[in-house]
Design a protein around this ligand. Structure first.
Ligand code: ZN
Length: 108
């Protein structure tokens, strides 16, 4: 777990998804009766490291909430929808569920 490479950060800013936040006020010492407080900056970003979990897709029927198996491509979930339509001709609305790995790391 280190900081992402510069290349990863550039790719993220191109996609416009880099988020930054300041939080987690922490006491780092007690040199006086008052605690010394320092803000830590956290960065939240999609995990694009080679060992990250895969992005997966699934489809869910909005009528009965039955859900397709998750898949790393969207073809199988869409095929599942067509099959589901065949079995339930009155079910016309679906949700796409995308699971994307993210990571948070503390900027030093
Ligand atoms: Zn259904």
């Amino acid at each position: 777990m280190g900081r992402p490479s510069r290349r990863a950060l550039q790719a993220l800013s191109v996609r416009g998804v880099e988020l930054q936040g300041v939080g987690c006020q922490q006491a780092v010492g007690t040199v006086s009766p008052r605690a010394v407080l320092r803000y830590k900056q956290w960065v939240l970003e999609p995990d694009v490291e080679p060992d990250s979990e895969p992005v997966t897709y699934a489809m869910q029927c909005a009528v009965d909430e039955e859900t397709s198996p998750a898949s790393e491509d969207w073809v199988a979930p869409q095929d599942w929808v067509l099959e589901h339509c065949g079995k339930h001709p009155s079910h016309h609305t679906y949700r796409e569920i995308i699971t994307r790995p993210w990571r948070a790391w503390r900027r030093t």
